[in-house]
Design a protein around this ligand. Sequence first.
Ligand SMILES: [Zn+2]
Length: 619
Amino acid sequence: MAPLDPHSFTDSTHTLTTHIALSLYFDFPSATIHGAALFTLSSPHSGPLCLDTRSLSIHRVLSPSTLSPLPYSLSPFCDPIKGTHLSLSLPNDVALSSFLITFSTSPSSSALQWLSPPQTFNKKHPFVYTQCQSIHARSVFPCQDTPAARIRYSALLNVPRELSAVMSARHVDRRLPVSGEGYSNLLPNGFNSLWCSETRVVEEFDMNQPIPPYLFAFAVGELGFREVGPRTRVYSEAADGVLEAAAKEFAGTEDMIRQGEKLFGDYEWERFDLLVLPPSFPYGGMENPRMVFLTPTVIKGDASGAQVVAHELAHSWTGNLITNKNNEHFWLNEGFTTYAERRIVEAVQGEDRAVLSIGIGWRGLNDEIKRFQDNLEFTKLKTNQEGVDPDTFYSQVPYEKGFQFLWCIERQIGRPAFDEFLKKYIATFKFKSIDTETFLDFLKANAPGIEKEIDLVLWTEGTGIPPDAYEPVSNLYTKIVSLANEFKLGRMPREDEVADWQGQEWELYLENLPKVVEASQVFALDARYRLSESNDYEVKVAFLQLAILSKCRDFYGEVEKTLKEVGRMKYVRPLYTALVQGIGKEEEKILAKRVFAEARDCYHPIAQGVVESIFAKHL
Ligand SMILES: [Zn+2]
């Protein structure tokens, strides 16, 4: 076996899948999807073929033309990171270029969160959605789950007719089910006969652009939408107020798409729709092509919500068009996207906003380097991820150190030349999956002599922050940092000094305070500015972290409320960590365990796993 990716059983000597046609029956009462999948290979293949699965039941593997069974086996043990290895044995006499698999997901599928009606806004209908990055597509359908293997797909989603579906794909039709379509007559457990029940509809989708499997995405629920631009709708649960607030928040999206096109070339994905998910969504946003998924916590009526959209939009060029070959080169996705996001923000919101965002990132990077002081491997851009769970070691390093590396190159060769370089890089590698070496070779060829000016090996393979990284400068940034320094000497900012502060200013201020301060200072700050009750979770969580670490137990009620309201890992991870990390914190540890036991069902399985790994490390 010749592995292609430390997180996949895909064998580099095997033929890759180029298209998957899926028929999926959604059974909400059992939180299960029953599926038939037709796989098309890039060329005929015989002998063994390895696929990734996790918590899937495999029912049958068949030749599509004869429907005769093909032998297969599942590994007897489930690898804790990679899942279960499905090995097919394709006939040696006639090489096949396609095969069929019927399967069922399990209620514990790591990609899927099934919400019961009480967990939704309207409390009337259930809801289900995917989060496949980094390695969770394999818990929805068997596949070569590595970004090195790009696939096109089509999908028939059979759902209760009171619900509707969206996907990271072109919507073809919403219609009555047709008997036997898409091999649905082969579905297991009697679901073949339910396919055409009068209570069901089929939502049909087609994705004709090759994507890495982690960009496969759907959501099914009671959905509504508003038009916010010529190629953008915002979708969410059809609940009072949510759609209106979202439409208002994202009204400037078309302006950002145009700025992105000016900087990076044509927008290649036709639509740029947005889906606002329930509060359990584990990320700020997920760049699913054509249909970005967003946490509702970005809707807060200031500039920073649009910055998350700018980030997901920037992925349309970096990440989705050019993709890291595997997670060891994740910085190629996120470093470039963080750079591109800030260029869009600078064009749309001005330089001050972009510099604030760089400053918050700079603080975050410095904190992450401290977090990984016992595991310096994760402070590198290019990491060795053999035996590493990408969810556990998810950090700001690929984002912010990657950003700093590209910003350093921009300063060295000048912005006009760097802009040219970026456009050429995107045009050269679009719809390809590449590694760090490919990028460096392209850089050296197109910026001759760059390796003499910048230590490229130190940047990509070295630990920590290289000496030519750069803390941003602007009047606003400098003022906020110096106010934070004055807090250390006992002076709180005056009301006139913070009168026009938005969430990001407070976030930067709080992140520049010492991790632990006198309890009396925490109370005084909150008495004046009510940060513990902020509607902006970035501010609220940064403040509550300070409160926990400074042992201000009066705020624990607010901590508990926050952990039960939202499942975004950006908030859940630091709050639980602050509670359980360190010695002499028995009360905090008991609180953390109780809150997690009560909130667990409201978190996506990925977030559940992250909290469990925090507990495993500190409890
Ligand atoms: Zn990103």
